[in-house]
Design a protein around this ligand. Structure first.
Ligand SMILES: [Fe+2]
Length: 320
């Protein structure tokens, strides 16, 4: 039996819940969230009860990514594969399932110690999704929620986990330079979406690089870009388009937690059954010009990474 997977939800931990609340309402134009007993908020982007969850905490990063299996039997099959490989997934209690809005939930860690939640039965809301900012809504359904890009300093280990164990296929491999930064990346698919998950090896201290929401209407991407400028939301990359076969027209800005969000449209689908891994050195066909703020942050992260490396190396002559 084939296991169908899709990105179900993302859980963010933040020290700035009030700023996230404003960001979700004003920048992303999402309707009022469900508020859970622990103070976390669940935000809708489609017919599901929630897709983006914001948890007040002590750091600013991705707390968990949720992957949804087609049904309970597929989830069991996936769990058996993981156990056979030595993993010990933990079953969530009823309270956590309610909080995540799923029928069943098991969690485990990826090789970068990121929390992965495997679930099925994403709860649907009683009312249709409606947003004045995105009147045509977002592309989700069988493709799942947009995509998430994780920072990974051990691409082979992460690819083995998400690819060989969870069943993602490699859509494209990226090897390029962005200014002074050498960047390698792997784009992974688990359905017809070009990538639901990508792994970037680049200097960064957070686990997540960015998440992307795919608008159905190109107009809504342009309006979101104008809204970001009007609201003073820091932009990272201006409007541009990823090269084929992805083709996404998008821009990137900063969330209140520092990692980026991407709003895009026109993403092309792939046929996973026929797909052969492609290699690219190009991140954009046009546009996506980096703002000064992003260049400064990249330079800062590069410097921090070099300092970390220097501290790990013993001083010359110290071992004599
Ligand atoms: Fe992206």
């Amino acid at each position: 039996m084939a296991i169908s997977l899709r990105l179900a939800y993302l859980v963010f931990e933040t020290r700035k819940p009030a700023r996230w609340d404003r960001f979700m309402r004003e920048m992303l134009g999402l309707p009022a969230p469900a508020v859970h007993p622990d103070g976390s908020t669940g935000w809708r982007v489609d017919g599901a009860c929630q897709r983006l969850v914001v948890v007040p905490g002590t750091r600013d990063d991705l707390l968990a990514l949720g992957l949804e299996c087609g049904d309970a039997a597929q989830l069991q099959q996936l769990l058996e594969r993981l156990r056979a490989a030595g993993h010990r997934p933990l079953q969530a209690d009823a309270a956590l399932c309610r909080q995540r809005g799923v029928r069943a939930l098991w969690s485990l860690h990826d090789p970068a110690q990121g929390l992965v939640e495997l679930c099925w039965g994403l709860e649907q809301a009683a009312t249709p999704f409606a947003s004045a900012a995105f009147p045509d809504g977002f592309e989700t359904g069988a493709l799942g929620l947009g995509h998430v890009v994780l920072v990974s300093h051990d691409l082979p280990a992460m690819e083995a986990f998400y690819g060989e164990l969870l069943g993602f296929g490699v859509t494209e491999r990226l090897d390029t330079r962005v200014g002074p930064v050498h960047m390698r990346g792997t784009f992974l698919h688990c359905n017809r979406r070009h990538h639901s998950l990508a792994l970037f090896d680049l200097p960064a201290s957070q686990r997540i690089h960015h998440f992307m929401l795919q608008a159905r209407a190109t107009r809504d991407v342009g309006r979101a870009f104008e809204r970001a400028e009007a609201l003073g939301v820091p932009l990272a990359l201006e409007l541009g388009q990823h090269p084929d076969p992805d083709g996404t027209f998008s821009f990137y800005g900063d969330t209140p937690s520092g990692f980026a969000f991407e709003i895009g449209a026109q993403t092309r689908e792939i046929d996973p059954a026929q797909w052969r891994t492609m290699h690219t050195q190009q991140t954009s066909a046009w546009g996506h010009r980096p703002r000064l703020r992003l260049k400064l942050r990249m330079a800062g992260e590069l410097l921090k990474a070099r300092l970390r490396r220097t501290r790990r190396q013993p001083a010359r002559g110290a071992a004599l």
